[in-house]
Design a protein around this ligand. Structure first.
Ligand code: HEM
Length: 478
């Protein structure tokens, strides 16, 4: 098993010399420059915590302006990812896409991902898998009509099955282990481990409990993915006749005329990327959307009216029907504004650069607080209110052009799975809203819904969402 490389030097941040000590404002950087949160917050809405000892900070307008500089002018300089034991071990020594340093290798793998794995054609071809999984979800909810169910778990099962079947061709028999590994790895990669904060202490690394746990997890992951690769080598056809992501990668390994040939470890790293980047991001956004809709009955009524009018009397909702759902798209956008699943965009400097006059040294961690920018009153009217109408007649999109709104990131590392992620959210949400009316469990009111985030790379809701679905009778004559 590989050894953990230790960086001996923590870069220091050099503040602008022109500013007096009392005026000094924190640059939006990680590492030693993290400061306690200074934003005035209502008791209900606190900025997400990064980890036990560290807090995210949110100096509002300053951050949005600095973000423009980091992701636009300085994008080439800030296009690396921070290193951590978690990502290094679980993502095969950074030979995946998400944690790979900016390099020619990363460029090649990202190109394969965009053109071959997650192309519009492939996302569409995975539509039959989505349809199949969504009918399974609806059936299971119908069978629990009138009872409180754990919606968070049901939705997570839906997304993980869609990703698994699209990537591996089927839901593997080790799916539960894979999910457990994914959850732990994402938490550990997102957490600032003690050993990462004090990299010069070799002792800490040797004693690092996490490293031992991570190596064990990685061995388990290897065993599962090796079986999947072997099965695909023997039988090269994906579900529904098309190629799944493993098939494509094996084809590229065999026949692709690649500058950097890929071996099984490269393939496994990409597969874990797809699974980790694709599952929790979409499922947690569906979860946040349903939580917000329960707390905002006006919006719930409006979006259900739209869906029910568009699909009047239909027993199934096709993906092509979703185009008509303008208000649902605003609802999803508004959820991303208040609850971006990757709330702190992780970047690292590959060369020294200047942001707002501050010198940012080579290898500094740069964390961009998307969460705070989505609530910046400089850019958003009544930012704490869930108000999807704000996106009506607005040119704000997901493409990273508006720096106060970047749920999929921006610049050269912008999310390549955007269309896949959106497709995996729109269809199940339309079904949940079309087929069911939703109530809180007995004795609970929507104000009791816990809106706190959990720590990690993905900011999910801290506690699962329990709701009561009641089957909606769209044909009253029945
Ligand atoms: C709701 C859905 C999703 C959201 C909100 C989301 C968000 C993000 C964000 C914020 C980044 C970092 C971008 C940056 O640094 O500028 C990212 C990167 C990435 N995402 Fe997504 N994502 C989603 C779904 C997906 C899906 C479905 C996949 C693939 C199956 C995927 C694959 C990736 C990969 C591979 C990267 C790394 C790109 C790179 O470093 O070059 N994402 N995503």
């Amino acid at each position: 098993m590989e050894d953990i490389q230790i960086s001996e030097k923590i870069p220091e941040i050099t503040p602008k010399p022109a500013k007096a000590a009392g005026d000094w404002a924190p640059p939006p950087l990680g590492g030693r420059a993290f400061t306690p949160c200074t934003q005035e917050t209502s008791p209900k809405v606190r900025p997400p915590r990064v980890s036990g000892a560290w807090r995210s900070f949110s100096s509002r307008h300053f951050i949005t302006e600095a973000t423009k500089e980091v992701l636009k002018t300085q994008d080439p300089a800030c296009a690396d990812r921070p290193e951590s034991n978690g990502s290094k071990i679980m993502w095969y020594g950074y030979i995946d896409i998400a944690f790979s340093p900016h390099s020619e290798y990363w460029r090649q793998m990202r190109k394969i991902c965009i053109l071959e794995l997650l192309s519009a054609k492939n996302v569409k071809s995975f539509g039959s898998i989505r349809q199949d999984e969504v009918s399974r979800l609806v059936k299971s909810l119908q069978s629990s009509s009138g009872e409180a169910i754990n919606l968070t778990k049901k939705v997570f099962a839906f997304t993980s099955s869609v990703i698994c079947r699209s990537a591996f061709g089927k839901v593997t028999r080790d799916n539960d282990t894979l999910i457990a590994l994914l959850r732990k790895a994402v938490t550990m990669a997102g957490a600032f481990e003690l050993a990462d904060l004090f990299p010069s202490s070799k002792l800490l690394h040797v004693l690092s409990w996490n490293k031992y746990k991570l190596l064990r997890m990685r061995r388990k992951l290897d065993m599962i993915l090796d079986v999947i690769l072997e099965e695909h080598k023997l039988k090269q056809s994906g579900e529904f006749g098309g190629e799944d992501i493993v098939d494509v990668l094996l084809r590229m390994q065999k026949t692709g005329d690649l500058q950097f040939p890929i071996n099984n470890d490269n393939i496994k790293a990409i597969l874990f990327d797809m699974f980790s980047a694709g599952t929790e991001t979409s499922s947690t956004t569906i979860d946040w959307t349903m939580a917000e809709l329960m707390r905002n009955p006006r919006v719930m009524a409006k979006v259900q009216a739209e869906v029910r009018e568009a699909f009047k009397g239909k027993t199934t909702v096709e993906e092509s029907d979703l185009q008509a759902l303008t208000y649902l798209k605003f609802v999803i956008k508004e959820t991303f504004r208040l609850h971006p699943p990757i709330a702190l965009l992780p970047r690292a400097c590959r060369e020294e650069c200047k942001v707002d006059g501050y010198t940012i040294p080579l290898r500094s961690k740069v964390l961009i607080n998307i969460w705070a920018m989505g609530r910046d009153p400089e850019y958003w009217h009544q930012p704490e209110t869930f108000q999807p109408e704000r996106f009506d007649n607005s040119s704000t999109d997901f493409l990273g052009n508006n720096f106060e709104y970047i749920p999929f990131g921006a610049g050269r590392r912008i999310c390549p799975g955007m269309n896949f992620g959106l497709a995996n959210m729109e269809l199940p949400l339309a079904h949940l809203l079309y087929h069911f009316d939703w109530k809180m469990p007995k004795g609970m009111s929507p104000d009791d819904i816990d809106m706190r985030e959990v720590e990690g790379l993905v900011f999910s809701r801290k506690n699962d969402l329990f709701l009561i679905p009641t089957v909606y009778n769209y044909n009253p004559s029945n």
